[in-house]
Design a protein around this ligand. Structure first.
Ligand SMILES: [Zn+2]
Length: 200
């Protein structure tokens, strides 16, 4: 395989990117300066060094010397609520809406109707056990209003069934338009969805 094809194929594996776009990226990279390419390569190479995964919520953060992210290490946040989101970007969207002060857990994806995809089940169950000892009262399912989001939400509710007597399980109100991903919801909509969350 030639160099252009090899890089294009690597880029085509990115979420939402196909072979044609992969190739467009390569030609874009050929058009920019060598210094710019080197900078990009360096940023990618240093991701593993400078970014760490929080052992609590499993989101990626600019670690510095602390293992836990700023939300998990913030003592002023509400231990009685735990919000489950699909991805790091969804957590960021909820933070931008700035009306939620509880804890988070990032599921790491969704389950598709065809049985593909995976979420961090084992880690989730572990964190719930831990959070229950810290006064957890409510688990808020904050998944996208897509068929995959709903499918995942159903699955997670089944997983949480053993704790139903100890903890309230709620879901974001569907002020979110059908088909919308949490990540792209505006702050106002997210605040309303949070206020109007419904209990199972
Ligand atoms: Zn964290």
């Amino acid at each position: 395989m030639d160099h252009i094809d090899e890089l294009a194929t690597a880029l085509a594996r990115f979420p939402g990117i196909g072979p044609r776009q992969g190739k467009r990226f390569v030609f874009y990279l050929l058009a920019v300066s060598a210094a710019e390419r080197a900078k990009l390569a360096e940023l990618i190479a240093s991701l593993g060094k400078n970014v760490r995964q929080c052992p609590e919520c499993l989101r990626f953060h600019n670690g510095g010397t602390t293992a836990f992210c700023n939300y998990c290490s913030d003592k002023t946040r509400d231990d009685s609520q735990l919000m489950l989101v699909e991805r790091d970007q969804d957590l960021a969207a909820v933070e931008r809406a700035s009306s939620y002060r509880g804890r988070y857990f990032v599921l790491g994806g969704v389950l598709t109707l065809s049985g593909k995809g995976a979420i961090r089940e084992k880690e989730l169950l572990k964190i719930i056990e831990k959070r229950l000892k810290n006064g957890l009262k409510e688990i808020v399912l904050a998944l996208s209003a897509t068929s995959e989001g709903e499918h995942t939400s159903d699955h997670v509710r089944k997983l949480l069934a053993p704790w139903r007597d100890n903890v309230k399980i709620s879901e974001l109100g569907r002020g979110l338009a059908t088909g919308s991903e949490l990540e792209y919801s505006d702050a106002e909509t997210l605040r309303a969805a949070l206020t109007n969350r419904k209990e199972f």
